[in-house]
Write a new protein. Sequence first.
Length: 54
Amino acid sequence: MCPDCEDFARTVLLLGQLALYADMNGADLDFVEAVSPSLAASLPEPPGTAAEDS
């Protein structure tokens, strides 16, 4: 897997796991609020986008 593909897949997986955690009883929603914007901001461009292909 290409490095960009791996980073993208890992970040999407972490965002999904964080969303699942947020829906759990007893989840620390302060943690979710603190981490989710940073994690979303670190999401790289999807592999194979027009910006990369140019």
